[in-house]
Design a protein around this ligand. Structure first.
Ligand SMILES: Cc1cc2nc3c(=O)[nH]c(=O)nc-3n(C[C@H](O)[C@H](O)[C@H](O)COP(=O)(O)O)c2cc1C
Length: 216
């Protein structure tokens, strides 16, 4: 496929995607599809590259039921094949930064001494945030990963619904997140649209280019 066709498809696929309200509960993601989505999320950019979050992927029907009750009974939670819960770190400490620096050193064949400047910079900034600032900052990073998931899924013709309509404290309890220093930040349900979902036929509502962009 040449580049031009690929670019056109990308925009076409972004128009094809929509926040799916009604999933086909009989259709599940294949393992290979799930793996592609997981890899797309794993490759997300994050501030400093720290990735201060984890992603819980749920396919268990009983857990889905419990989560639905904590999400205003939105049917996507049980009808979709999978639920991705993006959970930010509640507190970021020196060990998280050390783990990251050790990963860089190993991946790029460097010594920790080579990374001393980066270590000082990271520790002097992130560890000086208040706990609340850390949580807000970590939560923002989860939205970048969410965006990657939505765009990647559209490329693979997989449907998604991004969701903030859930009770974060209840999700944390159901998924035992608190004890893992995590808190549910944003969610996406993933699967295949039902052909009975009327939302798929609606025109996209977006600001015009003139309203949204200012090219200086
Ligand atoms: C962060 C975020 C949270 C959202 N929360 C919900 C939700 O809880 N339930 C829902 O049905 N749609 C939710 N939506 C879907 C939006 O309403 C939808 O993306 C928006 O209206 C644009 O329409 P489109 O995605 O179909 O193009 C959410 C979207 C985003 C990005």
């Amino acid at each position: 496929m040449n580049l031009e066709v690929r670019e056109e498809n990308y925009i076409e696929n972004l128009n094809w995607r929509y926040a799916t309200k009604k999933f086909d509960a009989t259709k599940n993601l294949k393992e290979t599809e799930l793996e592609k989505l997981i890899e797309s999320v794993r490759l997300s950019a994050s501030s400093y590259g720290l990735q201060p979050y984890e992603v819980i992927v749920i396919e268990n029907p009983e857990i889905k039921e419990k989560l639905k009750a904590a999400a205003w009974n939105q049917p996507q939670l049980t009808d979709a094949s999978h639920i991705f819960v993006f959970a930010n770190f509640k507190k970021i400490d020196a060990s998280h930064i050390d783990d990251y620096l050790n990963n860089i050193a190993e991946t790029r064949n460097l010594s920790r001494e080579d990374l001393k400047g980066m270590e000082d910079m990271l520790k002097n900034t992130v560890l000086n945030f208040t706990e609340e600032e850390q949580q807000i900052w970590a939560s923002k990073q989860t939205y970048i990963a969410l965006g990657n998931l939505l765009a990647a899924a559209a490329e693979f013709k997989i449907d998604t619904c991004p969701m903030e309509g859930f009770n974060s404290a209840q999700f944390d309890e159901i998924l035992n997140l608190e004890e893992k220093n995590l808190s549910a930040s944003v969610v996406a349900t993933v699967g295949y649209r039902s052909d009975k979902d009327p939302m798929q036929h609606l025109e996209k509502v977006r600001k015009s280019k003139q309203e949204l962009f200012h090219i200086l």
